[in-house]
Design a protein around this ligand. Structure first.
Ligand code: TA6
Length: 276
């Protein structure tokens, strides 16, 4: 059963829900009540299993890029709620995770991680990682954001023209994005290296545009499993792939390296574009 979430509410009417399981933002509704994140009806809500949808926190390993469980352990770990409050009119929550015997067994590094969620008219999420040990460490990370769309076949993603990407469906072949407007008409799994810090997702079926801004995350991953891939995922309904598009700010092509005592942070900010 779905446990009670931490709820953030902003006077504009915007709301967000998050779970300590994975420091996972599962819902974000705009001032008009519109659902802006996809959350699968078949998500499993079980300990040790990632939530399907929302914003999974990927750390310290992106995908299968190393020996850890896919996408690392942060998305299935129980984070601690350090604070909730109001800062400059925004509703905020701060979650923390640190190494423990279970994480050290998988990944032998002392660390402190924080996820800060800031809700005003926009949704801001910052992941901070500090090396609290005495040896260097390196990791990859992402905010695996599932945007809710009315029909993924009608979505126009802008801002990636000219960016080099690795196509995971072509064995990791390197290509350059030639399209000014990226559309999705089949299974898609691409890592755009050094993507611009501002992308636009235009959901043409409902005439809504989201602006995605990132800072500290050099890359952007674009993923949709399409019908066949969805069929292979027990926690995704057969047609649900039509209502989602993952656009994920990440530090995935080059690991982040932290000397002892050093800290890194990456932020994403999602907001509706006014005028739509
Ligand atoms: O970020 C894209 C990706 O790595 C895809 O390859 C796909 O597997 C997706 O993440 C979802 O992974 P998950 O383990 O949540 O099913």
């Amino acid at each position: 059963m779905q446990p009670d979430p931490v709820v953030l509410a902003h006077p504009s009417g915007a709301r967000a829900e998050l779970h300590l399981h994975g420091a996972h933002v599962t819902r974000w509704t705009g001032p008009g009540g519109e659902e802006l994140l996809f959350l699968s009806e078949r998500s499993r809500w079980e300990p040790g299993v990632p939530i399907r949808g929302g914003v999974p926190v990927i750390f310290p390993q992106f995908a299968e890029q190393g020996p850890l469980p896919k996408h690392g352990f942060a998305r299935t770990a129980q984070w601690e709620l350090a604070a909730t409050g109001t800062v400059g009119g925004a509703a905020t929550a701060l979650l923390r995770l640190a190494d423990d015997p279970a994480t050290r067994e998988l990944w032998p590094h002392p660390f402190r991680a924080e996820l800060a969620v800031v809700l005003d008219e926009a949704l801001g999420i910052t992941l901070r990682v500090a090396n609290s040990g005495s040896e260097p460490l390196s990791f990859t990370a992402a905010l695996h954001t599932y945007l809710r769309v009315a029909d993924v076949r009608e979505v126009a993603l802008e801002g990636l023209a000219g960016v080099r990407y690795r196509d995971k469906l072509q064995g990791g072949a390197e290509r350059v994005e030639e399209r000014e407007v990226v559309t999705v008409a089949g299974e898609t799994d691409r890592v755009y290296a050094g993507a611009p810090d501002r992308l636009r997702v235009h959901d043409r079926a409902v005439g809504r545009t989201l602006v995605l801004e990132k800072d500290g995350f050099p890359d952007a991953v674009v993923w949709n499993p399409w019908a066949e891939g969805a069929g292979a995922l027990p926690d995704l309904g057969d047609d649900e792939y039509l209502r989602m598009l993952c656009v994920e700010p990440g530090a995935v092509t080059e690991p982040v390296r932290l000397a002892p005592g050093e800290e890194w942070s990456g932020t994403q900010r999602l907001r509706g574009e006014s005028g739509d």
